[in-house]
Design a protein around this ligand. Sequence first.
Ligand SMILES: [Cu+2]
Length: 440
Amino acid sequence: MTSENLTINTPTGSRTITNPLRRYVFRPGVGGPDFPSDEGFANAPFTTRNGRAQARLTSNEASINDRTYLLLTRQTSYAPFSNNAFVDSRGNRFDSLESIHDTIHVLIGGWMGLVGYSAFDPIFFLHHTNVDRLFAIWQALHPNSYVGSQVNDFGTFTIAPGTVENVNTPLTPFHSDAGTALYTSVNARSTRSFGYTVPEVRDWGLTPAQITANTLGAVKALYDPNNQFTPRGLSASKRQAGSSNPNVAITVPAGLQKGSSRSSREWYANIRIDKFALPSAGSFFIHLFIDNNPSSNPPTPLPSDPESWLTSPSFVGTFVVFSDPAMSNGRPLNIYGQIPLTRRLVELYNAAAIPDLEIATLRPYLKRNLQWRAQREEDDQEIPLAELDSLRVSVVSSVVSQPSDNGRFAGGNAGFGELVDVEGITEGKVGGAVGRAGNS
Ligand SMILES: [Cu+2]
């Protein structure tokens, strides 16, 4: 994606060409008053990405992996799965395909961080092909949930604000023939009608139940963090505190041991904020950190330079607000997201910093050690949390029981308990929960 040139094979031998995926060179005459007037974008000869895009993506790789697994396996209803603003029936399942999608846009930044212009960057098409793939995987796992009715409060170029959209709403401007017919959600439901599928969903010659089971196996192999927390092939009872030496035994709490009653606790930060909270800042980040301080010490300050935050050892993950003030209709729009904390907590457990992942241990530990910061995409500058009135960070947890075969290719999900608010962690901090977490 970033090389200037590519060497390709041609019928007459190998040839070096300009890499078409690196950037889009604007054609003469394109631009003018519709183009962004911001410095760095007005009259730009070609698309660019934020200089720290790769570092931002690398820091967030594990977080995005864990969010993807959570989304595909736990978000069972289409409306909250599909978008980050839907409220009814969302419960404590705050994440959505849109939120993960937004994360990639804004971490890459530059033209990809501008809602109205991101499709000029060729990486947009790689990204959106993957969004399409994740949607196809989710559909194979949840074949009975799909587009319902929802009010479009904000409207589009072709749909008036306040229109109730449903499965038959024309998906302008995508024509399904050479005339005036347009695709709708009904006739765009399956990739099969477009003549393709994705590697995880091989939906030919199989029953729907087989397709779901095979797809779940592929998702677990790719994304299940439980395959990643413990080095593959290394039994939990042989993990060593703070190292991966398989020959040194450590004491593993009963809740984390293998066996028919194996269960553990998962932890997430739920984030809610007004998408238009900062009209002047455009897109911005909320970063989460979990430090490792024993009970008596004051919290360790984060690096004073915001550019160092993502490489800080306590960094956990980034929630993104992908926002263009021009999209606002003057009213707030609360959006939701969920950042997994479990991986970082298992690291701390493996380092013997915490004895287990139970509420009695982690309520005081996270109250002390969970922090968050806001940062502008454009120039990496810190946004004071006090400027984000609508921000609410809360913590939820659930009990997960693993099937006795370790569940990697089992036909059903492990036993996922409900995500329940754990109060007494973020209350009293700027941007923390007020009353019932996340909802006020
Ligand atoms: Cu996009």
